[in-house]
Design a binder for this molecule. Structure first.
Ligand code: NCD
Ligand code: ZN
Length: 349
């Protein structure tokens, strides 16, 4: 039987939400991941150190006792963010990074940033103290085609920030295009990028396969096959600039299967088996550990985790659960359109 042992992975981009959904989804992450960067786009968003500490406590309370897990908290950047308070919260260790959502770009981003120039003083302070900036890299201009919004963001916004503040640690999150791969590859060492399992698994046809597929709708939206190939190449290359950020984004099925369905894919449950299959298909299983366990830690100047996990190759394809239950509702678990023959040898199930 083929098996590999790797350093326990980290997830550099998760949405845990709050209340019942949080209770249900946190263990799905903490079972296999040692650390995760937690997104602040709650309603209302996490805006200061105090709210971050309280949210972290709620996440810890939702973590099963036998799971060792460290949530890394983020603040939601607005044009009103106070740079002195931000610096203090970072230095005290209450928050790990800041998240920039262009206003209106995605789920719960209404209080995001409209004018990048207004946040430059805050970004300067972050560069000074070494605090990372996490970016949802899409413009929100309704005249820009939804499939082009990431590329236009790089040209119009990211390039400006990178040139002004080359010493700022930046993550271009959940990249989806070959343009992003090239831009990040060629940028200085302070710019890295996370990649999701769903953007590695599917191209945009999956949104319309036989009918409209709301569970494959996420932002940034899935792109053409040529872009997926480019993401696969980046992820399996071992290049330390590219690492896993699942962007696991749970929404109840009633909110997705709707006249105006929410963006987001809940992909934590089978994330590692799916990635193992993708890397195996590319004959790059030996690069999986870099992508899921090492490159993110390198980017954020953190130590590698001490624990390890084992992944096993099965003779028969993995049978997926379709949903996790939330009271009387449920959340659809992401499933790619190809078979998976890997699983995590799980001590904690
Ligand atoms: C995320 C969510 O639901 O919070 N949705 C998504 O499609 N990825 C927000 C985000 O990260 O864009
Ligand atoms: Zn996200």
């Amino acid at each position: 039987m083929e098996e590999i042992e790797i350093i326990k992975p980290d997830d550099w981009h998760v949405h845990f939400r709050d209340n019942e959904i949080m209770q249900a989804v946190v263990p799905e992450t903490t079972r296999h991941f040692a650390r995760a960067i937690v997104m602040p786009n709650l309603i209302p968003p996490i805006l200061n150190g105090k709210q971050a500490i309280q949210y972290k406590e709620r996440i810890k309370n939702a973590t099963p006792k036998n799971h060792k897990f460290e949530p890394l908290m983020t603040l939601y950047l607005t044009e009103e963010t106070n740079k002195t308070a931000l610096k203090q919260a970072y230095i005290k260790g209450d928050v790990f990074a800041v998240k920039l959502y262009p206003a209106g770009a995605t789920t719960n981003s209404d209080s995001g940033v409209k004018d990048i120039k207004k946040i430059m003083p805050v970004l300067e302070t972050m560069a000074e103290v070494g605090m990372p900036l996490l970016i949802h890299g899409e413009v929100t201009d309704k005249d820009v085609d939804i499939f082009d919004r990431e590329k236009v963001f790089i040209d119009q916004k990211l390039d400006f920030i990178c040139n002004k503040l080359p010493e700022l640690k930046i993550t271009l999150e959940h990249i989806t295009t070959s343009e992003s791969v090239s831009y990040v590859r060629e940028a200085n060492k302070n710019l890295g990028a996370s990649i999701t399992p769903h953007h590695l698994s599917l191209n945009r046809n999956a949104i319309f396969f036989g009918g409209i597929r709301p569970h494959n709708y996420c932002l940034p939206i899935l792109k053409r096959e040529v872009h997926r190939k480019s993401l696969i190449e980046a992820a399996t290359s071992g290049n330390p600039k590219f690492f896993l950020g699942t962007d696991t984004a749970p929404h109840l099925t009633i909110d997705k299967e709707s006249d105006c369905g929410c963006a987001g894919v809940f992909n934590t449950t089978y994330c590692l088996p799916i990635l193992a299959q993708i890397f195996d298909n590319e004959k790059s299983i030996n690069k999986l550990e870099d992508f899921v366990s090492k490159n993110g830690a390198r980017h954020y100047n953190l130590i590698f985790n001490k624990e390890t996990i084992k992944l096993i190759k099965l003779d028969n394809k993995l049978i997926f659960k379709n949903y996790i239950g939330i009271k009387k509702e449920k959340i659809k678990i992401f499933q790619p359109n190809f078979s998976i023959f890997w699983t995590v040898a799980d001590k904690l199930l």
